[in-house]
Design a protein around this ligand. Sequence first.
Ligand SMILES: [Zn+2]
Length: 427
Amino acid sequence: MHRIELISPAAGERRVWMRVGTLLDGVSAAPLHHANVVYDSKSILFAGEGLPPRDLLNAGQTEPDHDLPQFTLLPGLTDAHTHFFLEGGELDPDKRSAYLKQTPETLLDHAKQRLEKLVRLGVIAARDAGDKDGVGLALSKLCSSAGRPLMPYVDSPGAAIHHRGRYGSFMAEPFEDCFSARQCVEARVKAGADRIKLIPTGIINFKKGAVTSAPQMSAERVGEFVEAAKEFGRQTLAHASGDVGIDHVIDGGVDSIEHGFFVRDDQLARMRDKEIAWVPTFVPVQMQVDQADRMGWDAEIVGNLKKILDAHAKSLVKAHAIGAQVIAGSDAGSYGVAHGLGLLYELELMQRAGLSPLAVINSATGAGSRRLAFKEKFGQIKPGFLSRFILTHHSPLEDVANLRKERIVVFDGAVIASGGDVDASGL
Ligand SMILES: [Zn+2]
């Protein structure tokens, strides 16, 4: 065991100088070796292979506080697609539907119980992808309040927007309740939405192995929402599966495409050209395979699911190869997808799909910070970014599954050591 006691920079102006064997900065295509990092309780002051400038160090300091040649330092992880109002890890369908019948206050209480656990798992940020119980909005508010507890950065779109009678009613309010796209967006923004979530398509019909319903929204309609969101300074994220619906959201100009099952290669190229990010969310579909017996799926359906996942894996490799922006997100809260642990599984599936461990890690760290307009600066180990990172002696470059093993998380002033086993209840 490599037990180490990190100095906490929490008190006063103490700066910490750490030297690590491997540094992953969240965006670079290669790791740094024998790198120096200087940080205080707020932010990173220096990161690089050279020696830090003297004026950044504590008076008289000539040696690092910590010399950790066996360790890897990487930014804390961002989950770009979560639903805090749902408990993901529960596998019993009856318990899941009973869970949803609780009051919004109770759902929020449950969600708050997860926050510190997420940080312990190394998840320092979560983009909520919508609920109509105000859970995500309440967490977003808590995150920017003076009394913020130890919790990841959270932002939320509040209620997603769908069409009445179509997929999404459990997390969305219908467009039909609004006079116009602009008014719909304005109402979300007034309710505190950090971004706008659209549901322009249906979902995969697992029995048919395809998206069998027509898109909910035309490209024109999506474009109206995007324009209105821009007017209010908000990004747009769009649930979209099936290539017809994906065309609509690309044409409409959303900021990110969520899920994107059945995306075509030419669409990936257009996404790259229009700087539309892709959040592929493998886990919720993989869970249908992992839990096929419990879900009652027969061999034919499992075959469909595996085909879909294989095609998705090929698209992921293609997207990365052509330079489209891929951002990791778990769809935590979906069936079997526990918060935090679901993201770690997602990273393993992205690696299994054929991405290098470093590409996977960048998709869960720097990619979000570059594209998703978070209100705090995290996700990279560079001067000016917040001191929120993971220190581990199990190299994630050998296998991203090593991120499940024990780790030390530094979150602003706090140093949080965590064993490999995390109490997964309630996630
Ligand atoms: Zn979702």
